[in-house]
Design a protein around this ligand. Structure first.
Ligand code: ATP
Ligand code: MG
Ligand code: MG
Ligand code: MG
Length: 568
């Protein structure tokens, strides 16, 4: 394709809200265009990269025996009621009604829809196993859409659902998908880790996440230097530590006063203090309260910076993963004053709270968000244990698997595989007849890849201070031919001929035939990040062109007639 004809609106600057390299470069290089919070248009280059990534995903899934389908994006609320998620899902779920007052949701994920499809068309164990997937737009009304394609509200996801006659077969598919997803991310040129995402109710490896290693990642993961163990901080386990031994009556008494930590004023500060992601801190606290203490419900609320209550979340007993928003009114009804950060258990009263208005009924366990908002002189009997469990693994702890040291690192979640069991097939009454003619619910697995997020993840890992460096299978084009001076007939003709030759060999080529200065074109080449460039310029007089490897910007002079072989 010709640069002169393509819509590639490159720009010198990115908007100030773009802080991550991927966000900045994808905007500046004309891959995407922002339309609103978490909403993006894909321009020609962006669409090409997205399609190529999608193609890699499709090829590997098809080869792994999965079948592509395409389900309605607008999904009847009725199905979500059947599964119980219509009420539970929270504000990320966009609900709306049509002109006849029928209720719908924009699919954030498609378990209900897929179970509905299968319950209507699969009746016998003979039709199992079955793995259906789609690569389709999802909508989640994220509370804080940010970082461009990383956390959009509308985004492209590959979501797969497998149906099995029993647990054993579902686990086989789970392992098969771990291998398949790993192949996909390897082909895309990513440095990633597969980590345990859940150490709780389901057990060791019921859920795994694929984390692209990048400092900008929103997830904190724990990896072992001695083996391949890796886990999300929420799920990480360490080798047991010996408990400190105290003589009777010798236990140190802890008081709130001792824990006044200047500088910890927001949950972000606190998370920072413990080196963990704020999101995970919240989830971990919720989990701790739910699982360890059998609480029925918990509300989490916190304040950022000023006095405005920016985020309230509650989660139900299912687990901290299902967070729902709580209104300020509800908080007040529960006897709470917005404007502090803390954790509280609803059914049987307040437990872990920070607020001077709540007086001394409850132990203070954390830093307050405002100066002098600590409870002074309150005994905090289990502060230490609470956080020891909460932040289960500390930097440098020993790994339970091999005894090696554990380290924190940051990751971008690009994929997630999950052993679902009968969580959806039971409530939706999706059953089959087994070998003995007995009706049983499908045992399911679910799998997801953030296809559009992958574009951001690839650039987070592959860029320099000049722009993007696309990996081979994610690049919008394989090669860019840059005509140094388009007014020079010899240069233009040689470039055109090379362009035709490479295209005839199936190479995706971008020909920069614009009437622009050479320096300007080179800047665009560096910004856009096509893996290989061929400069047809002055050296052509000696029959030479210059091959540029975008990664490292190494330049090699080559005879014109050899360059095609070099590229192929
Ligand atoms: P996150 O923890 O980042 O919010 P998630 O755990 O909610 O992601 P899943 O429900 O596991 O996401 O969805 C499968 C995949 O979809 C994720 O692994 C991620 O790559 C991608 N994804 C999820 N939310 C978004 C989003 N808002 N924008 C882009 N991709 C997303
Ligand atoms: Mg999410
Ligand atoms: Mg996640
Ligand atoms: Mg996930």
């Amino acid at each position: 394709m010709r640069f002169s004809k393509l819509l590639i609106p490159t720009a010198k600057e990115a908007p100030s809200d773009a802080v991550l390299p991927s966000h900045i470069y994808l905007l500046r290089a004309g891959f995407i265009q922002s339309v609103g919070a978490g909403l993006y248009n894909f321009l020609p280059l962006g669409k090409r990269s997205l399609d190529r990534v999608r193609q890699v995903v499709k090829e590997e899934l098809d080869a792994a025996g999965c079948q592509e389908v395409d389900l309605a994006f607008v999904t009847p609320a009725e199905l979500w009621r059947e599964s119980g998620r219509f009420e539970k899902y929270g504000k990320e779920l966009l609900r709306f009604t049509d002109r006849k007052e029928n209720e719908f949701v924009l699919g954030p994920t498609h378990e209900e829809m897929m179970v509905n499809l299968v319950r209507q068309s699969v009746k016998s164990y003979k039709q199992l196993p079955l793995h259906l997937y789609q690569i389709k737009t999802k909508f989640r009304d994220e509370i804080r859409p940010r970082f461009g394609l990383m956390r959009g509200r509308e985004f492209l996801m590959e979501d797969g659902y497998s149906f099995h006659k029993d647990e054993e077969d579902m686990k086989r598919e789970f392992d098969h998908m771990e291998a398949t997803y790993s192949r996909i991310f390897t082909r895309l040129g990513l440095d990633f880790r597969v980590v345990e995402a859940d150490s709780g109710a389901i057990g060791g490896s019921g859920s795994k996440e694929f984390m692209v290693l990048a400092d900008s990642g929103e997830d904190t993961i724990v990896v072992c230097e001695g083996c391949d163990y890796g886990a999300n901080i929420e799920a990480a386990v360490r080798a047991p530590k010996a408990a400190p031994e105290y003589e009777e009556g010798e236990e140190p008494e802890m008081t709130a006063g001792e824990f006044q930590t200047p500088g910890i004023k927001t949950i972000d500060d606190l998370a920072d203090f413990f080196h963990i992601d704020p999101h995970h801190l919240i989830k971990a606290v919720a989990k701790k309260a739910l699982y360890d203490e059998g609480r029925e419900a918990i509300v989490l609320f916190f304040l950022r910076g000023n006095d405005e209550l920016e985020e309230t979340k509650a989660c139900n007993a299912v687990g901290a993963n299902e967070l729902v928003d709580v209104s300020e009114e509800e908080l007040r009804a529960a006897g709470l004053t917005p404007g502090f950060m803390g954790f509280i258990n609803l059914p049987d009263g307040i437990r872990y709270v920070i607020d001077k208005e709540l007086k001394g009924e409850t132990p203070m366990i954390m830093g307050a968000n405002k100066e002098d908002y600590h409870l002074i002189g309150v005994t905090v009997p289990d502060y230490g244990d609470f956080f020891a469990d909460l932040v289960a693994v500390q930097e440098g702890d020993r790994c339970a698997k091999c005894g090696g040291r554990l380290h924190y690192t940051k990751g971008i979640e690009v994929g997630h595989i999950f052993q679902l069991g009968t969580r959806y097939s039971e409530p939706l009454n999706a059953t089959f007849l087994d070998e003995n003619g007995k009706r049983r619910p499908f045992v399911m697995g679910t799998y997801g890849i953030g296809v559009s997020r992958l574009l951001a993840a690839i650039i987070e890992q592959h860029h320099d201070d000049r722009g993007c460096i696309w990996t081979r299978e994610s690049a919008p084009f394989d090669v860019e031919i840059i005509v140094s001076n388009i007014a020079n007939d010899a240069e233009r003709e040689a470039a055109e001929e090379l362009y035709r030759l490479l295209k005839s060999k199936g190479v995706e080529v971008l020909l920069d035939d614009r009437k622009e200065r050479f320096g300007f074109k080179m800047k665009d080449f560096e910004l856009i990040g096509i893996p290989l460039g061929i400069v047809v310029g002055k050296k052509l007089a000696d029959g030479q062109v210059e091959l540029i490897v975008r990664d490292g910007l190494e330049r090699i002079d080559l005879p014109l007639e050899r360059v095609a072989d070099e590229v192929l």
